[in-house]
Write a protein that binds this ligand. Structure first.
Ligand SMILES: C[S@@+](CC[C@H](N)C(=O)[O-])C[C@H]1O[C@@H](n2cnc3c(N)ncnc32)[C@H](O)[C@@H]1O
Length: 206
C-alpha cells in the first residue's frame, strides 16, 4: 500500500492532474502526462529509473491483492496449459505470484504491439485499460497469434464499470470513476470500460 501512496503523491504523477481541466476544456492539445513531462508514461518510466522502480513496486502491491484471487477463480482455466506469458508484466510480480502456483511461466521483454511470445496462454493484467479501443484490438490480435488454436487462452484482468451501479451510486462507483480519471491523467488514451465497451474490444479483436 505504501508504494501506491508514494507513487500517486509523487510530483511526477500529481503534475498531470493540474492540467486535466484545461485538457477537458480543450485548451491543451496533448494528453496531460505528455504535456507536462514531454513523453508518455511508458517512455518516461525507463528514462527515469527511480520513478520506474516506484511504479513497479506500486503495481506489485496491487498484484499481491488481485492475483491470488484470480488464481483461485481461474484454477480450472490453468489446467492443461504448459506455458503462460505475462504481457505488460512490469517487474513481473503478477508472474512471480503465478509461478508459485504454476511452474512454467515465461517472462520475455519486448513491445507487445510488435510481438507476444508463443505460449499456451497469455495473461494480461491492467494493461488494456491504458489504451484506446484500436490499440487494445491490436494488442489482443498479437495475444491471439501467440496461442494455439485449440487450447489457447487469453486471460484478461481488468475492472468493469457497471453502468447500472453508477446510477445506483454503489460504494464502488467512486472507485471506478477514480480509476477512469487516473487513466485520463496518466495515460494518453486509456479508459475504464463497461461490459458493453469490453464487448466491442473483444468482438472486434481476435
Ligand atoms: C498498469 S501497468 C500493469 C503492470 C502489470 N501487468 C501489473 O498488473 O502489475 C502497465 C504495464 O504495461 C507496460 N507496457 C506499456 N507499454 C508496453 C508495450 N508497448 N509493450 C509491453 N509492455 C508495455 C508498462 O511497462 C507497464 O508495466
Amino acid at each position: 500500500m505504501a508504494a501506491i501512496i508514494l507513487l500517486e503523491s509523487s510530483s511526477v504523477m500529481l503534475a498531470p492532474w493540474h492540467g486535466l481541466s484545461a485538457r477537458i476544456q480543450g485548451n491543451i492539445r496533448n494528453p496531460v502526462f505528455e504535456e507536462v513531462h514531454g513523453e508518455d508514461l511508458w517512455s518516461f518510466g525507463p528514462a527515469n529509473p527511480s520513478h520506474n522502480k516506484l511504479f513497479n513496486e506500486a503495481m506489485a502491491c496491487d498484484a499481491r491483492v488481485v492475483v491470488p484471487a484470480v488464481i483461485e477463480s481461474c484454477i480450472e482455466v490453468f489446467k492443461g496449459l504448459d506455458t503462460v506469458v505475462d504481457v505488460g508484466t512490469g517487474n513481473g510480480t503478477a508472474l512471480c505470484l503465478l509461478v508459485e502456483e504454476y511452474d512454467r511461466v515465461e517472462n520475455v521483454g519486448g513491445d507487445m504491439f510488435d510481438y507476444v511470445p508463443k505460449a499456451d496462454a497469455v495473461i494480461i493484467k491492467w494493461v488494456l485499460h491504458d489504451w484506446e479501443d484500436d490499440e487494445c484490438i491490436s494488442i489482443l490480435k498479437k495475444c491471439r497469434e501467440a496461442i494455439p488454436e485449440d487450447k489457447g487462452k487469453v486471460i484478461i484482468i481488468e475492472a468493469v464499470i457497471d453502468e447500472k451501479d453508477e446510477k445506483e451510486d454503489s460504494e464502488l462507483t467512486n472507485v471506478r470513476l477514480m480509476l477512469d480519471m487516473v487513466m485520463m491523467a496518466h495515460t494518453n488514451t486509456g479508459k475504464e470500460r463497461t461490459l458493453k465497451e469490453w464487448g466491442y474490444v473483444l468482438d472486434d479483436g481476435p
